[in-house]
Every structure is written in structure tokens, then in C-alpha cells.
Design a protein around this ligand. Sequence first.
Ligand code: CA
Length: 226
Amino acid sequence: MRILVVEDEKKLAGFVRKGLEEHGFGVTVSHNGDEADTLLRAEPFDLIVLDIMLPGRDGLSILKNLRDRKNTVPVILVTARSEANERVAGLNLGADDYIAKPFYMDELLARVQAVLRRTSGDQLSVLRAGDLTVNLITRKVTRGKEEVVLPPREFGLLEYLMRSPGRVFTRSQILEHVWGYSFDPGTNLVDVCVQRLRAGIDAAGRESFIEAVRGVGYRFRKLEGV
Ligand code: CA
């Protein structure tokens, strides 16, 4: 799941990014309201954590633009203690929840998960292939009756590939989406992560769910009858 964090306090934005990434979410950060508004017209996100006071366009105006375009992406407003009026205005404009600064990361995470649970049906939040089930909200992965515990990067990689079964993704695409790198750090990060993922989800002696496409990258294949 991809979350857009719009927050001009760089330290706070970094802290939120780290906390969300540790829980396997893909995170894009924007420090400017106009930039965030442009991003939201160009890319789909699964949720937005939206500060109100921003350089450029403010958070309420970004939210209003979204809802005017009939974009229903869930929005959690981040408000200062003094912004009670803005909070009410935001909820009236169609925000799904708010959190007041200062907050604990655990509280933001709980709100993110609650909003995602409320706004997405089972179809959107659970990916299935054979006996492999991935719940994108609780982040629980099961193979048959057994729970598979995956670290955040492996989970992010599985989700990314599994959302588009059969489609081949290059290492650069994977690096950018799962690690947020816009460059290739020249390591075999992706390949090592694929190996760990396979060890977690593949049954011994069976074909792997993750197929290497020589010279290109990787894809998820739906194995029948497993
Ligand atoms: Ca601010």
C-alpha cells in the first residue's frame, strides 16, 4: 500500500516515513502543498496523511480539490492543537480522520490501519493465489493454515508483485517502489530480498511463486492447485 505524507516539518515527515516503512507501507513524502496537489493528480495512493499548514496550497484546499474531483482516497488530517476550526472544516470536506500534533507513531499507525479497514472492502485488502493469502491491512500472510512471518521489505516486495500477477517488474522499478530508491545502489538488494521471500512463501519441492525473468526482473505467477 502506498501512502502520501504531506508535511513541511522535515524532521516529523522523516519520522512518519520511517514508522510507516517499518510496517511495510510504501511512502512518498511531499513538503509542499502545490507539489502534493500535483502528485495527487498524477499518481494513485491508498491513503494520505495530510498536514494543514503548508507552504503553497494548504491541506484543506488539497482535500477540497480531491473531493471535488470525486477522488475518495482516505485522508487523515494532521492538525495543530490550535486548529479546532480547521479540524471541523476538514471533516466536513470529507477527511476520514484526524490526529493532533504532537502524536505517537503508534497512534498514527492505529488510525491508518483503522481507516484502511473502514474504507476498503475485503476484495481490495486481501490478495490470494492458490493457498497463499496476504492481508494488506493486518499484514498477515498465510500459506494454507500456516502463518508466514515476513519482514517489512519482503512483505512490500510480495505485495508489489502480487498486485499485478504476470507482470514483469525490473529491478529498478522494484528498488524504487519497495525501497524508495530512485537510483540503483549497485547491490543485489532485490535478489537477496527475493530469496528471503521465496524461503518464506514457497512450499518445498514446488515451483516458486516468484519467477525470475532473465535479463529483466521478476514477476509473480499464480500457481494453480497449490
Ligand atoms: Ca505544517
